[in-house]
Write a protein that binds this ligand. Structure first.
Ligand code: GAR
Length: 187
């Protein structure tokens, strides 16, 4: 039976789209479900367009046994966070040990933790005049951005790069590597 991925996303979903595209015709892996905490998230439009089941979380549902059961019923092998901004509760981590991964738009352990997401990260990199940034794919544990690293890729940052330009460079890395790393984990 094919391995099944569930993507959690809160926003635009450009990483989700890349992952869907990558596995569309894959023999062994498929994107089974998209979960979001925001009814207005762009990723829902993607799910609809791609004909993938989606689910909008209600308040506190993320830590409920019913939600865990829903994922188990769908035989989810890997939960992939792609711009998902809620903390993953311990109950879910315990139900899916080493089966939840996240992508973070910086070279962790730098620029991680609560509040460090999206443009906040890139603005901080700019303000500190760092000469490199990048992305980290890691397992999820109960602290934001602290699980074991799986893969990192970096890019040069030049003095003239704005935070928006840094964001674009990092997103190119995310789009280039996330699906491949997921494929490796499920091999
Ligand atoms: C990505 O850059 C991802 O690394 C970041 O949100 C963006 C989502 O973009 N995640 C975090 O900051 C998590 N701390 P997308 O919706 O276009 O895929």
């Amino acid at each position: 039976m094919a391995k099944q991925i569930c993507i959690f996303a809160s926003g635009t979903g450009s990483n989700a789209q890349k992952i869907i595209d990558y596995f569309k015709h894959h023999v062994d892996i498929r994107v089974r479900l998209i979960v979001t905490n925001k009814a207005t998230a762009g990723v829902l439009t993607i799910a609809q367009k791609e004909g993938i089941d989606s689910h909008i979380l209600t308040k506190n549902e993320l830590s409920s046994q019913a939600f865990i059961a829903k994922l188990q019923q769908k035989n989810i092998d890997l939960i992939v966070l792609a711009g998902f901004l809620k903390l993953i509760p311990l109950s879910l981590i315990k139900a899916f040990p080493n089966q939840i991964v996240n992508i973070h738009p910086a070279l962790l352990p730098k620029y991680g933790g609560k509040g460090m997401y999206g443009m906040n990260v890139h603005k901080a990199v700019r303000e500190n005049n760092d000469t490199t940034s990048g992305m980290t794919i890691h397992y999820v544990n109960k602290q934001y951005d602290e699980g074991k690293h799986i893969f990192q890729a970096s890019c040069d940052i030049f003095p003239e790069d704005t935070a928006e330009m840094i964001a674009r460079k990092v997103l190119v890395l995310e789009h280039g590597f996330y699906a491949m790393v997921i494929e490796g984990l499920l091999a």
